[in-house]
Design a protein around this ligand. Structure first.
Ligand code: HEC
Length: 107
């Protein structure tokens, strides 16, 4: 019986895409969709080169440019901007920043 329960738990954890987001991750997803996705997914400003897809970068441990993806590095880029990416300094409260990072740890 114990083995059966363990097996089910492992299957649920392994099933990444279908696991529901926590409230914090969902808030981060909303912020990402509102503030980041129009560039990073849709490239609505037609930037060249196109902003890279950064979803899942914190899970993979590497940013698209190959730099180590850490919470600190992503936070630094969001606050300072990077080349054509504008600075978001003062645009997110601390809980919002943490939610954004939590979302970038999913998928
Ligand atoms: C105006 C368009 C734009 C918006 C809005 C934007 N970005 Fe970016 N972002 C860029 C571009 C362009 C780059 C590539 C910069 C470079 O490497 O030259 C980039 C790079 C990054 C990188 C680094 C990728 C790497 O490989 O080094 C991270 C992390 C990132 N953005 C996160 C975010 C987050 C989080 C948001 C929302 C809060 C956001 N960006 C909003 C345009 C944007």
């Amino acid at each position: 019986m114990a083995t059966l329960v363990l097996g089910i738990t492992a299957a649920a954890v392994g099933c990444h895409k279908q696991s529901p987001l926590t409230a914090q991750q969902a808030e981060g997803q909303m912020l990402f969709n509102e503030r980041c996705a129009h560039c990073h997914l849709e490239n609505d400003l037609n930037l060249k080169p196109a902003p890279p897809d950064i979803r899942g970068a914190l899970t993979r441990g590497a940013l698209p440019d190959g730099a180590p993806a850490t919470d600190l590095e992503v936070r630094r880029i969001v606050l300072n901007g990077k080349n054509k990416m504008p600075s978001f300094s003062g645009r997110f409260t601390e809980p919002q920043m943490e939610a954004l990072l939590a979302f970038l740890h999913t998928s």
